[in-house]
Design a protein around this ligand. Sequence first.
Ligand code: PML
Ligand code: MG
Ligand code: MG
Ligand code: MG
Length: 257
Amino acid sequence: LIYTSEKYFSIRMRASKYASSEQDEKHISGGEALCTYDKIKDTVNTLLDKALSHSRGDPDFMQIQFDVLNDPIKKINPLFVSNNSVNSDKTGRELALKFLVQSGVSEKAIAKGYQHLIDQSELRGAILIDYQSGERVDNSNERGIRVSRMDWLQSDFERWAAFYNLPTNPRLKEALVLATKVNDHPLAIAELCWSDDPGYITGYVASKRLGYQRITKMKSPGDEQGCRIFFIDGTKYTNSYIHYLQKQPILISWRDK
Ligand code: PML
Ligand code: MG
Ligand code: MG
Ligand code: MG
């Protein structure tokens, strides 16, 4: 047998509704994967299925794209996961506030972060907020920043989940991949997230200091307003951070660097 160094590809999907109508475009689903050439077909099918059976609705626009990776893939360990069970979304939001403050984010920045979300209700990606001033530091308006080029081999994820007695929930996997990438960068201070899926109310705060703190209730069922805020040191090098989020290939890898 001859082993060659294999090429990897980044596969990305995004699906939406009303893209070509008078109504505001509605984000339905997005997805990211890294794979070798022989896995492209299966990976594309998985992303296709994800968007065609989505609780936010049936898309009328979808784009699936792949491109070869030229930069080397960096392997990083997943953030440590803790579970916080709360009995209401109010308690969940209060706990999230506490975790953000413990991670170093100012209360002013958190309040302003929530205001940016309210002002921009059609956001598709994440917004970047300075962790002290609360100013928004990306210029992407309602598009937001999309984190790309990341994955976690399913077999490695399943070994990890079994070890920690966690569910092999694809949402947990995708969110933990993203949170680990986002927080691995020196400019990252913390992330706040909950889903835009009406039926999924678990969210999290993630940071280098606290790991991935899952919170069981972050919004009321039926609510389609999601949240993804990256609190960063936004006083310099913001463009290099955005470049990292969009371009640096990251493979989450448990105990196997
Ligand atoms: C999403 O669905 O886009 C975000 C889900 C965040 C929480 C995932 C989890 O830990 O269960
Ligand atoms: Mg439209
Ligand atoms: Mg995958
Ligand atoms: Mg979603």
